[in-house]
Design a protein around this ligand. Structure first.
Ligand SMILES: NC(=O)C1=CN([C@@H]2O[C@H](COP(=O)(O)OP(=O)(O)OC[C@H]3O[C@@H](n4cnc5c(N)ncnc54)[C@H](OP(=O)(O)O)[C@@H]3O)[C@@H](O)[C@H]2O)C=CC1
Ligand SMILES: N[C@@H](CC(=O)OP(=O)(O)O)C(=O)O
Length: 385
C-alpha cells in the first residue's frame, strides 16, 4: 500500500493528461497573454494541452519554423497527444519565432529545438519579454537560473541581477532542467534538506521515446529493444544536479554549485511512450546514514514553495511514495498529480551506497512544459511580472 492517499486512489490507472488545475486556485490579478515557441512539437503540444483551461494564462501567439509559419495550427501540426487537439487552437495562425510577432505577450514559453533556440530566446529577452525555456542552450549560463519548480524556486532571486545586466525592467530568461535531471532532483532535494550533504549519487535511467521529440527514435531501433545511449544526457544529469541543488551567493548574483557531491549517470532509451524511470543510489555524508523509514517519511513530507504560494498547477504532493514492490511503473504512475509530481518506490537499503529507490517522472509535464508553466506561476506569485 502506498503512503499517499492520492497515489492509492486516483492514480492507479493511466489517465491522459488534459490540464491539471488545483482548486481553489490562487487569485491572479490579470490575464497573462502567452506565446509558445515551437508550438507544433512534442513539448509545444503539451504546453497547449496543459494551458487550455488555465485560470489566468491564455494562449495568444503560436510560433514555429518558417515551414509552418502562415499555416493554421491544424494544418501545420502532426498532433500526437492522447486527447483531441483543443478546438480554439485549430485555426490559430502560426508565426515565425521573431519578437515582433510576440510583443503583445506577457510571457513566452519555448519548446524550441536546441539547434535554433539560442538566438530566438535572446531576441525575446531583448524585447523585454519573460522567457521560460525547455532547451538546453542557457542552462549553464552564469546569469541564467536553471529551475525545477518543486525544487529551487529560490533561484528566482537572481533575476534582478540578470535584468540589470541586460538593462531590462520586465524581461528575463529562466530555463527548465533536462527531463531526467528533473525526475531525480525532487527526491534528492528532500533528502538533502533533511539529512545534509549527499556524498555520492548513482543514476541509471530508462527514458521514454517521447523524450526524443517527433518522429524521434526509429521504430526498428526501439521495438523489441533498448538503446543504451542518449547523446549528451549523462553529462547533463551529472552537471545540472549540482547547479539545481546548490544555492545562490549572498548577493544573489552567482550560483553556489555543490562541490562535494559526486553524481554519476548512465542513460538508456526504452520502448515506453511517456515517463522516465530512474534507478537511484545515494550515499549520505552524515554518519550513521538515515534509515529507510526515515528516508520514506522525509520524501512523503516534502513540501515546496510552489505549494505554499498556492500556484494552480502545483502538485498536492511533489513526491508520491509507493510501498508496492512493483511500483512505480510508467504506464500506471506517470500521471500522479497530473504529471507534476515524481513517483518514488522501492526505497530500500543498498549494500554499496546507503539507500536506493526508483523514481518516475512525466518527461513532458514536470520534465518539460509543466515545469515551464509552474515556474511562470511561481514567478507571477513572487511579483516578477
Ligand atoms: N521531449 C521531451 O521530453 C523534452 C524536450 N526538451 C527540450 O524541449 C525542446 C523541444 O523538444 P521537442 O518538443 O521534443 O522537439 P520537437 O522536435 O518535437 O519540436 C521542435 C519544435 O521546434 C520548432 N522549430 C524547429 N526549427 C525551427 C526554426 N528554425 N525556427 C523556429 N522553430 C523551429 C519546430 O517547428 P516545425 O514544426 O515548424 O518544424 C517544433 O515546433 C528541445 O530543446 C528539447 O531538447 C526538454 C525536456 C524534455
Ligand atoms: N534528452 C531528453 C530530452 C531532451 O530534450 O533533453 P534536453 O532538454 O536536456 O536536451 C530525452 O531524450 O529524453
Amino acid at each position: 500500500m502506498s503512503g499517499n492517499v492520492e497515489a492509492d486512489s486516483k492514480f492507479r490507472r493511466a489517465t491522459p493528461i488534459t490540464s491539471k488545475i488545483n482548486t481553489p486556485t490562487m487569485a491572479a490579478q490579470k490575464e497573462y497573454k502567452v506565446g509558445i515557441l515551437g508550438a507544433t512539437g512534442t513539448v509545444g503540444q503539451r504546453f497547449i494541452v496543459l494551458l487550455q483551461n488555465h485560470p489566468y494564462m491564455k494562449i495568444h501567439t503560436l510560433g514555429a519554423s518558417s515551414r509552418s509559419a502562415g499555416k493554421t495550427y491544424k494544418e501545420a501540426t502532426r498532433w500526437t497527444q492522447a486527447i483531441q487537439m483543443p478546438a480554439f487552437v485549430k485555426e490559430m495562425q502560426i508565426y515565425e519565432c521573431k519578437s515582433e510577432h510576440f510583443k503583445e505577450c506577457d510571457v513566452v514559453f519555448s519548446g524550441l529545438d536546441h539547434d535554433v533556440a539560442g538566438p530566438i530566446e535572446i531576441d525575446m529577452l531583448k524585447a523585454n519579454i519573460p522567457v521560460f525555456s525547455n532547451a538546453k542552450n542557457y542552462r549553464r549560463d552564469e546569469t541564467c537560473p536553471l529551475i525545477v519548480p518543486t525544487v529551487n524556486t529560490s533561484h528566482f532571486d537572481l533575476i534582478p541581477h540578470q535584468r540589470s545586466l541586460h538593462g531590462l525592467d520586465k524581461g528575463f530568461l529562466v530555463t527548465n532542467a533536462n527531463c531526467s535531471t528533473t525526475g531525480i532532483v525532487v527526491p534528492l532535494k528532500a533528502l538533502q534538506d533533511a539529512f545534509g550533504e549527499l556524498a555520492q549519487i548513482n543514476i541509471v535511467t530508462m527514458q521514454a521515446i517521447s523524450g526524443a521529440g517527433y518522429p524521434g527514435v526509429p521504430s526498428l531501433d526501439i521495438i523489441d529493444n533498448l538503446v543504451p545511449f542518449i547523446g549528451g544526457e549523462e553529462d547533463k544529469i551529472e552537471w545540472e544536479t549540482n547547479k539545481i541543488l546548490g544555492g545562490l551567493s549572498a548577493d544573489n548574483k552567482s550560483f553556489d554549485y555543490l562541490k562535494n557531491t559526486k553524481v554519476a549517470a548512465q542513460c538508456n532509451r526504452v520502448a515506453v511512450i511517456d515517463g522516465h524511470t530512474e534507478c537511484v543510489q545515494v550515499t549520505f555524508a552524515q554518519r550513521p546514514a538515515p534509515s529507510v523509514e526515515e528516508v520514506k517519511r522525509v520524501l512523503r513530507e516534502y513540501t515546496c514553495e510552489a505549494q505554499s504560494l498556492n500556484c494552480p498547477s502545483a502538485p498536492k504532493h511533489a513526491i508520491h511514495v509507493f510501498e508496492e514492490n512493483d511500483r512505480p511503473q510508467p504506464r500506471l504512475d506517470r500521471d500522479v498529480d497530473g504529471g507534476y509530481a515524481v513517483a518514488v518506490g522501492r526505497v530500500r537499503e543498498d549494500k554499496v551506497f546507503d539507500i536506493k529507490f526508483v523514481a518516475l517522472s512525466h518527461n513532458t509535464v514536470i520534465g518539460a512544459a509543466g515545469s515551464g508553466i509552474l515556474n511562470a506561476e511561481v514567478a507571477i506569485a513572487k511579483g516578477l511580472f
